[in-house]
Design a protein around this ligand. Structure first.
Ligand SMILES: [Fe+2]
Length: 133
């Protein structure tokens, strides 16, 4: 599994959001390494939990900025966040039920989960915030 590499393509041009996203990318890489290196299932569980918790926190951060700056698409963006959280929680359930094993397809899912929202919805939000902040 290759590392996700931060690059300008992922930047939404708002520093405080980019910082959060970098943290999430780091955690994703920590998770792939922990599986590749055969770290204990409990350790992998802790990393997955940290990734999800950080994401929940980060979404609240974005939602606060959207409110603060009267972003018109707040409701749709927030709904997308909720869907993303739900799918991550499903993956976490699957992980726990499978005896704490993460499959390759889960990583593909997580990579897509992480980058797709940044590249579409967050780019749009970033462009708006960069104008008004
Ligand atoms: Fe977002």
């Amino acid at each position: 599994m290759k590392d996700l590499v931060w690059s300008n393509t992922l930047s939404v041009e708002v520093d405080e959001i980019d910082e959060d996203h970098r943290r999430l990318v780091d955690l994703f890489n920590i998770l792939t390494h922990s599986v590749a290196e055969g770290d204990s299932p409990d350790y992998q569980e802790a990393v997955l939990d940290e990734l999800i918790s950080c994401t929940v926190w980060h979404f609240k951060h974005e939602e606060r900025l959207m409110l603060r700056h009267a972003y018109e698409e707040l409701a749709a963006h927030k709904a997308e966040h909720q869907d993303l959280i739900n799918s991550a929680l499903e993956l976490q359930q699957k992980f726990l039920q499978a005896g704490k094993r993460i499959e390759n397809e889960d990583f593909e899912f997580l990579e897509h989960w992480l980058t797709e929202h940044i590249l579409v919805a967050d780019m749009k939000l970033g462009a708006y915030l960069a104008e008004v902040m």
